[in-house]
Design a protein around this ligand. Sequence first.
Ligand SMILES: *Cc1c(COP(=O)(O)O)cnc(C)c1O
Length: 842
Amino acid sequence: MENIYLSETENSLAPTIEPTIKVEDDRTGMSPKALKRAFFDNLFFLQGTNRADASLYDYYVALAYTIRDRLLLRFLKTVDTYKTEQGKLVCYLSAEFLMGRHLGNNLVNLGIYDEVRQVIEELGLDFDEILEQEPDPGLGNGGLGRLAACFLDSLASLEIPAIGYGIRYEFGIFHQMLKNGWQAEIPDNWLRFGNPWELPRPDETVEIKLGGFTELYHDDKGNTKVNWVPERIVLAIPHDTPVPGYKTNTVNPLRLWKAEASEAFNFDAFNSGQYDQAVAEKMDAETISKVLYPNDNTPAGRELRLAQQYFFVCASLQDLIRLHLKTNKSLDNFYERFSIQLNDTHPAVAIAELMRLLVDENGLTWEQAWSITQKTFAYTNHTLMPEALERWPASLFGKLLPRHLEIIYLINHHFLEDVRIWFPDQEELVSKLSIIEEVRGEKLIRMANLACVGSHSINGVAALHTELLKKDTLREFALLWPKKFFNKTNGVTPRRWILLSNPKLSQLISEKIGDNWLKDLSEMRQLEAYIDDPEFCTRWRNIKQENKQNLAAYILKTRNIEVDVNSIFDVQVKRIHEYKRQHLAVLHIIALYNRIKQNPNVEIVPKTFIFGGKAAPGYFMAKLIIKLVNSVAEIVNKDPDVAGRIKVVFLPNFNVSLGQRIYPAADLSEQVSTAGKEASGTGNMKFAMNGALTIGTLDGANIEIREEAGAENFFLFGLTAEEVYAKKAEGYNPMDYYTHNRELKGVIDRIKSGYFSYGDPDLFKPIVDSLLNNDQYMLLADFQSYIDCQEKVSQAYKDQEQWTRMSILNSTRMAKFSSDRTIREYCNEIWKVSPVKIQLED
Ligand SMILES: *Cc1c(COP(=O)(O)O)cnc(C)c1O
């Protein structure tokens, strides 16, 4: 076979291409020959280069297209099946999808990871280095966005007809750097070099109206109707990313919308000579999908953020209605074809938008439309903290969405009318249920209330969280509709978070029990048969050690800090938030440091404290906590008295890719939020699956992790949610703890003195003051319990055999936290949807 675009050296580098096999007839084959041929085809025809000049990035793109090509047939068959079959489709609406890199995961799910690695290595290329070229798509802030990504993996792996809808942010979550110990934010221009995974579908563009006013008119039957006259129209262009299931034919779409100016709308301005006006409007329109708001658990409250929410919701619902009307005469049975899940209240305006589409644009009566709407939507709540619940000023809302404001008032009117019939003379209850809240004369729209009223299902994300929702945050709704409430404890996909992240452990597991655990994580229990097998335990321990060595090399390379791989890797990686209490871990580090300073010969089990996580750019205290970690690190790491017994490392830019390095290398997982504040957590699950032991409070899914792993395999400390509540009620005074606990006082005083801030007592004053005067998150109340628990950790680690047994049991007992289990529950109890096999041959 003559290969005109490879240099002669290249031809000689591909000795396995046998001229007798016509690889050109096998364009998307999985054989090494077909893969190699496709890889070089793509390098030449798509990147316009060859081996003599190709960069690592060129190789990445060539390989990405090679793999995308191998998803396309299944992707098109899957989408075609959903267009023609009348089964139910799950629509997951989420403002965030924190997907992580696609290439490695797609290889895993296609079941060709090892084969492709071998092909690439036979070409003399570094496979891992090529995977590292892919920009990490960071279209999410943290747990909520990553949950959406795990759910998409499980939906496709369980062959559930599903589509994810979201926003194609041009800039994802910022890239975090450290400057003098402070967080600095760099824009995440992830699309700069293109994105081989997305397929733009401009022919399926939809129009989005914004602003303007409404007017009444009479239709030809004499009915009074409402017309929305928008101020402007923007276009939503769908970009589809194929999401393959693990070893299934299902490849579901993730459809992300990009905002663009409508040409027609600008035409007048262009023609009347207002060129710059037209250009300004074009840029304005594109602003909508420009950047992800970097807030986690605190709403931004900006008009642009509301525009983003409405933009993707409106586009997605129009998309579904168009799809529906292709094979159905009317929208009466819309809810039988689609189950729409609202990932938090970010897409909750969908409830008003579906009402508008059904009533104003498709001529249904209000009653018909309301019945369809309620049967279509289900709402997932992600927080208990009242300040984190989204509320939009009605004035701002009405400016952007005048018709939706009217619809929400009308929904609320009908709803409260019913409430007053069911509960006469209970105006306090009525005001708590109302979608509208009045604060000092200003009307606010409570998006959680809208979501509750417009949905048939409301769920929390861990058992405790759901209980507290019913008891507290959504108490009145639970009294009204107890049967609407469900618990759906979160989960994570074992494909990305074990197989891809921890290949050595995965290899060991599969060697012992086969590889079906990746489809059914409960099979991991079979490993417990080896718990007394010293050879197995040694291998388990050695794999953890190798993972720690890899992370240590990364720490040395990126931070120039040497860490002891025989020390306990004590890890806290997650968004920085006061309720997550990264600073509680800092207090513990300073306590150890003080012990060493008092007695340099004190026995301390060596620990390496590893932190990672981004702070919202406007969240002052979170940024100061990062600075505190780095300031403590600077002093502790270089103090000769410490003699390497403790090290502190902050790894910048924690994201999915960094998570994949870190979770498998942890000995100890820090899950130390104030009880009752963390809805679920999912990092806790990733750590435990990879054999870390947890030190944690009875919060979120920690409770269930402890139940599954066994209390004896979990380091528990701190107040319970009930105790936190009771303490607050009786009047909590953190000063009592400060004055009565000598060690605690020593720790706080060390910070106060300016010891970690070059003598400046003001730098960390906001943290000290917050702890001493208010301590909303009760660090001081939990301090002693935490310190004592850390001492138990140290003692336990000395018995390596026992520690390894505990590590194994944590990992083998995490089946409940596979997102496959979570998705099965959503399917059976909320969505009522069943798997559909995708047929590749007709
Ligand atoms: C899993 C994950 C999270 C969530 O971590 P929690 O500890 O549950 O808060 C956040 N960010 C990234 C990148 C993750 O992978």
